[in-house]
Design a protein around this ligand. Structure first.
Ligand code: GLC
Length: 733
């Protein structure tokens, strides 16, 4: 049968080449058609060249990411799949989108991504601090604020949440995740996805954006805390530590994932078929798409896996990376790879389907443009700043409070000293997106707002680093002429985040010396720390009567901090990551496996216990924990089990208290951590009142563990349910 007849045959059948009886209104442009039908119709119409451009992401706007410098891309093809969008309004976006919708053959909209990590313009607390709030609803609200600001400013897709379990504070990116614990990262992964995408993942409205779980997977295990480094991760550890927060986010409907830079025991994530295809696609059935991290594909050459860029493109694509972030490997080599049979076009079709599916779900075909509104109608709105203040207040952790130094009651003359006292920029933290230092209330401004200008004598006294002590004397004089010294120390914002590895988590010596000199003034010392990581405080701790970790709270931290110091807000934050006694203990985290000899194997020269453990955090009030009670001493595998504990606030100040519920499985076919967090619950307990906290245990979810293939195992035997220092046994039979 000759070609002509074949064409007629297809035409009659109206099949396969995407034509329909009415081509002026093709299926993919019909919003009443189901997404899958529109996707299929559109892919069938695309040329290979158009498909290849969809699996590429370039940049648009002045790239201000100091770790990923590149020449600004000026000539953008109208068929490009995506850009990282660096502008903070939708004008330039709409110009490119108009080109895509009107100049390209099929009018496929571009998807605009950006790093909206902890706020777009209203920058709020860093994720490590957010987790210390133990308030998933609040984190969801904060992400929803970020989503609104981003979407209305031309961004459809955020490269967030980062849900890398991280236990090494030397790694700068510990600031971007939700701490050391698996369950914590999983819980906040879900909260963030829901905040960005909406509870039912309705991505089409102007209040939501597509989320991106990153960095998939195991990046937090970077050797020595050195960024971009090798990670030695067994499949057992992959499954029981690093994968769960991603699985939780995928189940919550996360639209996309981003591959991580690290080499997973010889197979870098970006070329790792096991995690990208076998787990993410085949096991978890994820139907969104995967984008590589910046240049992660061509970095396969540096990592010793790919022979050259083209080989890297083949390896990454065939492993399961759908979209190439900025290194232009796919746009340059994919056609050749198909020609040479090294990549199948049907696989490219599948990647294009995944990308188009998210674009349809975002409603970009119907609403490709973003209304252009003035800044004051869309950014830094008062209600947004209120959310930033609330999450800041609930994330501050009172680490120490000797003799009830805090709160400061009665009129006090305050010496407010230290380099963080009037700094704005560093409170923004890393990945501050379009945040601006001028938007930030400084600690000094917060204290003046709360205590009045006359009560607050500010003297910086020293810098964050260096050896200039010339300002010490003036600070010490201010301290001597005060009732209390509030010392504001910590990290510059560029000391944590990407490419910010530090060999030690101690603050620079000048800050320790400054505190030691201030101590000699003989006044109570309140130490306020702002940092993007846990800190080594063994030298500072003895010098301070009270210590408060505020992390990097963004625009709205200072007022709630001052109100907290004044006793108007009761601290409720608890650590999401262990504070080691010193850097030499790293890695140290609560849910380690037991040493073979618990009384031995300790350090000879320093304590073996951390300075402040996971979930540590003080309040101005006192909570008395009643007896931990289980609903049964024995339970069958299909049975039900619940645990309860009553907590009484015996102080005279209302407070928010979080109860952390742990499980221990002391003997199992694969050793388990000494205890594992399985639930947390935060409740307001009024002064003098009690609240009962309840944990409805799901045996399969909470008592099981995974093996190295990801299979769940639930083994009979003894288990313990634990709250604080109580542990109650239950036998599973
Ligand atoms: C960076 C980061 C990643 C970020 C991406 C885009 O290198 O690793 O977290 O989302 O590039 O900026």
């Amino acid at each position: 049968m000759n070609k002509f007849i074949i064409l007629i045959a297809f035409a009659c059948l109206g099949v396969s080449c995407g034509t329909t009886s009415n081509d002026s209104n093709p299926i993919y442009k019909d919003a009443n058609q189901p997404v899958e039908k529109r996707v299929g119709d559109l892919v069938s119409r695309m040329t290979l060249e158009e498909k290849i451009l969809q699996i590429n992401q370039y940049t648009l706007g002045r790239n201000f990411n100091e770790n990923n410098v590149e020449d600004e891309v000026v000539a953008l093809p109208s068929e490009i799949g995506s850009v990282i969008y660096f502008n903070n309004d939708s004008k330039r976006r709409n110009e490119l989108q108009k080109k895509a919708m009107e100049k390209s053959r099929l009018g496929i909209p571009v998807i605009f991504g950006f790093d909206v990590i902890h706020g777009f313009r209203t920058v709020y607390q860093i994720s490590l601090g957010q987790a210390c709030s133990w308030n998933t609803d609040l984190v969801k609200r904060a992400c929803a604020v970020a989503a609104k600001e981003a979407r209305v400013s031309g961004v459809d897709w955020t490269f967030s949440p980062m849900v890398d379990v991280a236990r090494d504070g030397r790694w700068g990116r510990v600031s971007e995740g939700y701490g050391e614990d698996v369950y914590t990262n999983s819980a906040f992964s879900v909260a963030a996805v829901q905040g960005y995408q909406g509870d039912d993942n309705t991505l089409t409205d102007e209040n939501h954006i597509a989320a991106c779980l990153k960095h998939y997977v195991g990046y937090g295990a970077s050797e020595g805390g050195r960024d971009y480094a090798y990670t030695e991760i067994s499949n057992q550890t992959l499954w029981d530590t690093y994968l769960p927060p991603f699985e939780a986010g995928v189940k919550a409907g996360a639209a996309t994932l981003m591959t991580s830079f690290n080499d997973i025991s010889g197979t870098p994530s970006t070329a790792n078929h096991y995690v990208l295809a076998e787990i993410l696609r085949e096991k978890w059935k994820h139907d969104g798409f995967v984008v590589s991290d910046w240049s992660a594909i061509e970095q396969l050459v540096t990592q010793g896996m790919a022979a050259d860029r083209k080989d890297a493109g083949k390896l990454a694509f065939n492993a399961g990376v759908d979209m190439d972030m900025t290194d232009k490997v796919y746009s340059k080599y994919m056609a050749e790879l198909v020609e040479e049979g090294k990549v199948k076009e049907v696989d490219i079709d599948e990647s294009v389907r995944r990308i188009l599916r998210i674009k349809f779900r975002l409603g970009l075909f119907e609403n490709p443009y973003t209304p252009e509104k003035p800044e004051n109608e869309r950014l830094l709105l008062p209600e947004y700043v209120k959310v930033a203040e609330k999450i800041a207040a609930e994330s501050f952790v009172l680490l120490k409070n000797e003799n009830n130094t805090l709160p400061l009651t009665g009129s006090k003359k305050i010496a407010l000293v230290g380099p963080m006292a009037d700094n704005k920029e560093h409170l923004l933290g890393n990945w501050y997106a379009h945040g601006r230092a001028q938007d930030v209330t400084s600690i000094y401004e917060g204290f003046v707002n709360e205590f009045g200008k006359d009560a607050v004598n500010i003297v910086r006294g020293c810098d964050f680093e260096g050896d200039d002590k010339s300002g010490f004397a003036k600070a010490i004089s201010a301290a001597k002429n005060s009732d209390v010294v509030v010392v504001c120390l910590g990290e510059k914002r560029k000391w944590s985040g990407e490419n910010c590895s530090r060999s030690t988590i101690v603050l620079p010596e000048i800050q320790e010396k400054f505190l030691a000199e201030l101590k000699k003034a003989g006044k109570p010392i309140v130490l306020i720390l702002s940092s993007g990581r846990p800190l080594e405080l063994c030298n500072m701790e003895p010098l301070a009567d009270a210590i408060m970790e505020i992390w990097q709270p963004g625009v709205g931290g200072a007022n709630p901090l001052a109100q907290m110091v004044a006793g108007k807000i009761n601290p409720s934050g608890k650590l999401s990551i262990t504070f080691p006694y010193s850097s030499g203990q790293i890695p140290i985290y609560y849910n380690m496996r037991s040493r073979a000899r618990r009384a031995q194997g300790k350090y000879q020269n320093i304590p073996t216990e951390p300075l402040y453990e996971f979930a540590h955090g003080l309040s101005y009030t006192t909570y008395e924990y009643g007896e931990l009670k289980l609903s049964a001493e024995k339970v069958a595998r299909e049975g039900k089990l619940s645990a309860e504990i009553t907590v009484k606030n015996v102080g005279d100040m209302d407070g928010l208290e979080t109860v952390h519920w742990f499980i221990s499985d002391p003997s199992s076919s694969i050793t388990r951590p000494v205890k594992e967090l399985k639930y947390f619950d935060k409740q307001l307990i009024k002064a003098g009142k009690s609240k009962t906290f309840r944990f409805d245990i799901d045996l399969d979810r909470d008592f099981s563990f995974v093996d190295s293939t990801g299979e769940k195992l639930l083994e009979n035997g003894d288990f313990y349910v634990m709250v604080k220092d109580q542990k109650v046994k239950v036998v599973l039979e």
